[in-house]
Design a protein around this ligand. Structure first.
Ligand code: FE2
Ligand code: FE2
Length: 314
């Protein structure tokens, strides 16, 4: 088949991905179904070769496997998800919006298209809000947890941060937001169409279904990989203890080091053996309103352990 002299309609019906590639070059395929690719490219000042190489590239595009993503550190996972967000917002949603607002299929689809024109923008609003929340709260928190892990905060600040917006609450909210395409899937009866349906509707349903599939995979990666990794990171934050020492006049506290809480007793014993230590002071984390937070009982338990090991008999 001669690619250039084929009609746009024929090319798209053989490979629906063509519709998205044409959109990428600013061409709405449904406006030129009977024109040859050559004519349309000329009109839009696009080189056919450029278009075909883009098409080939799209066909070769490979998603990383769950295993590959799992093996990567959390920041690589976040970068991958952010890139996907960008792709959804910049490429897929505009393409779908263009199809929904632009195609004029046979009258029997008028009612359905009218509903879709109301429903889809609502879905887009929700979806963009979801992405914004995810990036500004969840991804931001992961960054902070990494900073705590790298000891970029004082102990007091780290404890305050750990208390705010815990990951498990963000995970609960995330689950509520799943299945946002539910309404559209029902409206389109699970994206099913009769064989004789027009090409425009077939492309639209195919793309909507594809998009939903991608969203499901995306949410799965977040639920099954990102959240557990983030919880682990949060947990690590509470597994460390920051040690500070004062000057001989007890005027200033200077950070000494951050150690694994499990090794705290051994560390303090070794330290007390070589330095003169009068008093051990524990920071008691509480909420701003003076009530206990989730760290308070842990620190109180540590206090009694320290007492057992270090309290002088005198
Ligand atoms: Fe996401
Ligand atoms: Fe999400």
């Amino acid at each position: 088949m001669n690619f250039q002299s084929s009609s746009v309609g024929d090319l798209v019906s053989q490979n629906y991905v063509f519709a998205a590639v044409l959109h990428y070059f600013g061409i709405s395929f449904y406006q030129y179904q009977t024109d040859s690719l050559e004519q349309v490219c000329k009109k839009h000042k696009v080189h056919v070769r450029q278009l075909t190489s883009e098409l080939e590239e799209w066909a070769l595009r490979k998603e990383p496997t769950t295993e590959e993503l799992y093996l990567n550190p959390i920041e690589v996972l976040v970068a991958y998800l952010k890139k996907k967000h960008y792709y959804f917002v910049r490429q897929e949603l505009p393409f779908l919006s263009n199809l929904i607002s632009g195609i004029t299929p046979e009258p029997e689809y008028n009612a359905l298209m009218a509903d879709l024109r109301i429903m889809f923008p609502l879905f887009v609003d929700d979806f963009i809000h979801h992405i914004h929340e995810e990036e500004s709260r969840l991804f931001k928190r992961i960054e902070l947890l990494q900073d705590i892990e790298a000891s970029r905060f004082s102990l007091a600040d780290a404890l305050t941060i750990l208390e705010r917006d815990p990951i498990h609450l963000l995970a609960e909210v995330h689950e509520i937001h799943e299945d946002e395409m539910n309404g559209i899937r029902k409206l389109t009866s699970d994206y099913s169409l009769p064989a004789e349906a027009p090409l425009t509707m077939k492309v639209l349903y195919h793309e909507l279904q594809n998009f939903e599939r991608e969203l499901v995979i995306h949410a799965q990666i977040e639920d099954e990989l990102l959240f557990p990794k983030a919880v682990e990171l949060e947990h690590l934050g509470t597994k460390r203890t920051g040690i500070a020492v004062t000057d001989p006049l007890k005027m200033l506290a200077n950070p000494l080091e951050t150690i694994e809480t499990a090794t705290l007793i051994d560390f303090l014993k070794a330290y007390c053996a070589k330095e003169q230590v009068d008093t051990l002071v524990l920071g008691l984390p509480i909420r701003l309103n003076g009530q206990d937070n989730e760290m308070t009982p842990k620190v109180m338990a540590l206090k009694s352990v320290l007492k057992k090991h270090f309290q002088r008999s005198s």
